[in-house]
Design a protein around this ligand. Structure first.
Ligand SMILES: [Zn+2]
Length: 287
């Protein structure tokens, strides 16, 4: 069985009423994807991820994504705090996420926006601590600051209860520090490209307990769905990733570690349940 630890099944790409997303979820289930985690991105989609998780028998997270920071304010953080309170006993709520820092997109890199992201991230780490929930982290060109936030939170008392650095693409050294702080690292479509040498090397050499799998659907298409810039210019649209791609992604990556797909599925399922402990109670019984 596989776990897709990160997919946005409520994204607009999956059509009205999430119709094509729900179909993809069923295809994924038939291929052995036992659980999916749907992270929120801002208060406007809190209800959507929760309802989807209950409908498909999966899990969700609540948080404000760094890309949402420009259009959110203090009220949104209060809405998050209230929703975490309201859903505290929902067994399908497994993390605070997706939260983090994005120092890649130019519009998020102005001094004012960096500061706003930082404040929003720190406040959400506090909420995760208050609820004893792990975090699902978005980290892009921001690993050092992300780590600073986690260390600062730990220094305040009870550390953040681990979590997952999703779509990880940092250095081996940053990976080690994240691991030491109790985080696992999420790998998916990006590592299916032969040219992603550093990322594939990281996947091959990290300690086994570090690895979890994800699609980040509808984004980060694996190599077999990717439509390059020239074809896009000629009018072809980018392939839409879905949780149904996870088994093929896993099968492709297993070889990098000399594992069978089945062994990688067992390993990464155990790691996902360790990273997001509430998942353990949601795992479907294996036939
Ligand atoms: Zn995401």
């Amino acid at each position: 069985m596989w776990i897709d630890t990160h997919c946005h099944l409520d994204a607009a790409e999956f059509g009205p009423g999430h119709a094509s997303g729900l179909q993809a979820r069923e295809r994924a289930r038939a291929l052995g994807v036992g659980l999916c985690v749907y992270p929120a991105v801002e208060p406007a989609n809190f209800a959507a991820v929760r309802e989807l998780a209950h409908r498909t028998g999966d899990a969700y997270a609540l948080g404000i994504h760094p890309l949402s920071v420009p259009r959110t304010d203090l009220e949104d953080l209060q809405a998050l705090a209230a929703e975490l309170e309201r859903r505290a006993d929902d067994p399908r709520l497994v993390a605070v996420g997706e939260i983090g820092l994005d120092f890649f997109l130019p519009e998020l890199c102005t001094p004012a926006m960096r500061e706003r992201q930082w404040q929003c991230y720190r406040e959400q780490l506090r909420l995760a601590q208050r609820h004893g929930l792990p975090v699902i982290l978005h980290v892009r060109r921001s690993a050092d600051w992300l780590l600073k936030g986690l260390r600062e939170a730990a220094a305040r008392g009870r550390p953040v209860a681990g979590g997952i650095a999703h779509a990880f693409n940092g250095s081996a050294q940053q990976a080690q520090v994240l691991l030491a702080l109790g985080c696992r690292l999420g790998f998916g479509g990006a590592a299916t490209f032969e040219a992603a040498r550093q990322l594939r090397q990281l996947f091959a050499t990290l300690p086994p307990e570090a690895l979890v799998l994800e699609t980040d659907a509808p984004d980060i298409p694996p190599q077999w769905l990717y439509v390059n810039a020239a074809l896009r210019a000629a009018g072809q649209s980018q392939g839409i990733n879905s949780p149904a791609e996870l088994p093929r992604i896993g099968a492709g990556l297993a070889g990098l570690r000399g594992l069978t797909p089945q062994a990688l599925a067992v390993l990464t399922t155990a790691n996902a349940a360790a990273a997001l402990p509430r998942l353990a109670a949601l795992l479907p019984a294996t036939p």
